[in-house]
Design a protein around this ligand. Structure first.
Ligand code: ADP
Length: 155
């Protein structure tokens, strides 16, 4: 069985993330969405809220092979614990590439048996970023076109 881990802060989950997860669910037997605690980033939404927002966004999509977990340890250790053979990341633009390439390289040094795979962002969501969504929220703007509906009730 092929299991992939899709890690992130999901602060909050956006339509771009949803698109990546749906596409991964069609490729892999099992997709584990790993919600990082990211204490260093002082997330706008609590860990519980971020998990709930993802669960509620997927409840209506009825994807049996997507599960959401909290990740409190190192990504490669989390992947091994869950018998995942791949780490999934989304690539929006060249600007994502530097960081993602570095991350993939360091993860491969620590765990050569785990591959990182990239999915290119859907062009419809390629400009959507959780950071900018948070900025719009903090300024009282409308983010309904960038995030799944269940996220809106947390604002
Ligand atoms: P991080 O906290 O590491 O920045 P995020 O939670 O923002 O991670 O995102 C997790 C993953 O989703 C990353 O691989 C990121 O590149 C990807 N991603 C973020 N937004 C989009 C989008 N609009 N389309 C496709 N992939 C995206």
């Amino acid at each position: 069985m092929s299991t992939v881990v899709y890690p992130g802060t999901f602060n909050p989950i956006t339509n771009g993330h949803v698109d990546i997860i749906q596409r991964a669910a069609a490729i892999f037997d099992q997709v584990i969405v790993a919600v990082a605690t990211s204490k260093r980033k002082a997330p706008l939404f609590s860990l519980e809220q971020r998990v709930e927002m993802i669960e509620q966004s997927f409840a209506e999509l009825d994807l049996q092979n997507v599960q959401v977990n909290v990740m409190e340890n190192l990504l490669v250790d989390f992947a091994k614990q869950h018998n995942a053979t791949c780490i999934l990341r989304g690539l929006r633009a060249v600007s994502d590439f530097d960081y993602e390439f570095q991350l993939a390289g360091m993860n491969r040094s620590m765990a050569p048996e785990i591959e990182t795979v990239f999915l290119p962002a859907n062009e419809r969501h390629a400009f959507v970023s959780a950071t900018i969504v948070r900025e719009i929220i903090s300024l009282g703007g409308d983010v309904s076109m960038f995030v799944p509906k269940p996220v809106l009730k947390y604002l």
